[in-house]
Design a protein around this ligand. Structure first.
Ligand SMILES: [Ca+2]
Ligand SMILES: [Ca+2]
Length: 326
């Protein structure tokens, strides 16, 4: 980072700490209520997948640990959800929250089960806990998918020069933007939501400088290392922000609606777009700096682009904290 960037980053941090008590979001897809941040996931996952997803978002699978948290959880749900309690082994009837608090020791009066729900020791699969619309807890199969809520307690946020706490966003001077290569693969639409939740979007390439910047991002994740850590073979390209659709007259356009040539995307690679299996309508960038068409429903690596002036709450930073990129 240049000394100019260091100074600007310092200004940014000072600016953030001067936000006068205004809560600074850590993700724009979470809402603040009472003591922390909540996100209701209406999609059903197994308990372990739900727990993993919450962790990957920087939170935990929510449990009704306090009156406040329980009230907020109940206001979010429309059906029976998983909570963060689970039995540590299949033989035990001692239940713990994801942060290790034993339910019976919890001061929370709500963290009690109904009359007979802890007596069923014969069923080894019933080691997770659900909460119904009335707030009552029950044992539940960990493997039967349910909606859930992720929670993060209030935090003091110090953002980096990309306006985020996420160290995987890298600032590139040649474009004044930040980029993250996501190594946890997602399909195009999901990848786009993830980028937006992080305060950006899928990368729109606005000229050769940006193609070069993205190649430098790729260089941070050499193909052999990437393959070693993920086991996924297509390490030579990642989804970026362009696609074709009926709406675009089957022309290739950026996610913000510009024809890709006007936006400044590079050319397609030789033999691309090949519309493989007659089903490739989403865009990707090869490491070598040209384009590929890929299946919109297949999970690939993807690259987000983020304006450093935008914090993860998707709103503009106050003027004193803004970064002049170049
Ligand atoms: Ca761009
Ligand atoms: Ca292709």
């Amino acid at each position: 980072m240049s000394s100019k960037m260091e100074i600007l980053a310092l200004i940014l941090i000072i600016g953030v700490s001067n936000l006068d008590g205004a809560a600074l979001d850590f993700r724009c897809d979470y809402t603040h209520n009472g003591s922390g941040w909540f996100k209701y996931h209406s999609e059903s996952l197994t308990w372990h997948d739900a727990r993993r997803l919450c962790l990957s978002e920087g939170g935990v699978l929510a449990s009704p640990e306090t009156d406040d948290i329980k009230a907020t959880m109940m206001s979010h749900i429309e059906t029976v959800i998983f909570v963060g309690y689970y039995a540590q082994t299949v033989q035990t009837t001692r239940y713990y929250s994801v942060d290790g608090t034993e339910i019976e020791n919890s001061s929370c009066k709500y963290a009690k089960f109904g009359d007979d729900s802890l007596n069923n020791t014969s069923s080894v699969t019933e080691s997770c806990v659900s909460m119904d619309l009335t707030g009552k807890l029950s044992m539940a199969s960990c493997k039967e998918p349910r909606p859930f809520i992720c929670y993060r307690a209030d935090i003091t946020v110090t953002v980096n020069d990309c306006g985020t706490t996420d160290p995987e966003y890298h600032y590139k001077e040649q474009t004044g933007k930040c980029y993250k290569l996501h190594t946890k693969r997602q399909a195009f639409a999901e990848a786009r939501s993830t980028c937006q939740a992080e305060g950006g979007d899928l990368t729109v390439i606005n000229g050769p400088n940006e193609t070069k910047a993205l190649q430098e991002i790729y260089d941070l994740y050499p193909e052999d290392q990437l393959f070693k850590s993920t086991g996924y073979v297509h390490t030579d390209f990642a989804i970026v922000g362009f696609l074709q659709s009926e709406k675009s007259g089957w022309n290739w356009v950026s996610v913000d609606g510009q024809p890709i040539k006007d936006a400044g995307f590079p050319d397609f690679a030789e033999h691309q777009p090949d519309n493989s299996n007659n089903n490739e309508h989403c865009g990707a960038l090869f490491r070598k700096g040209n384009l590929n068409d890929v299946n919109c429903d297949t999970r690939y690596y993807f690259i987000c682009e983020k304006n450093p002036e935008y914090t993860t709450n998707c709103s503009k930073m106050p003027k004193t904290a803004s970064i002049s990129a170049q």
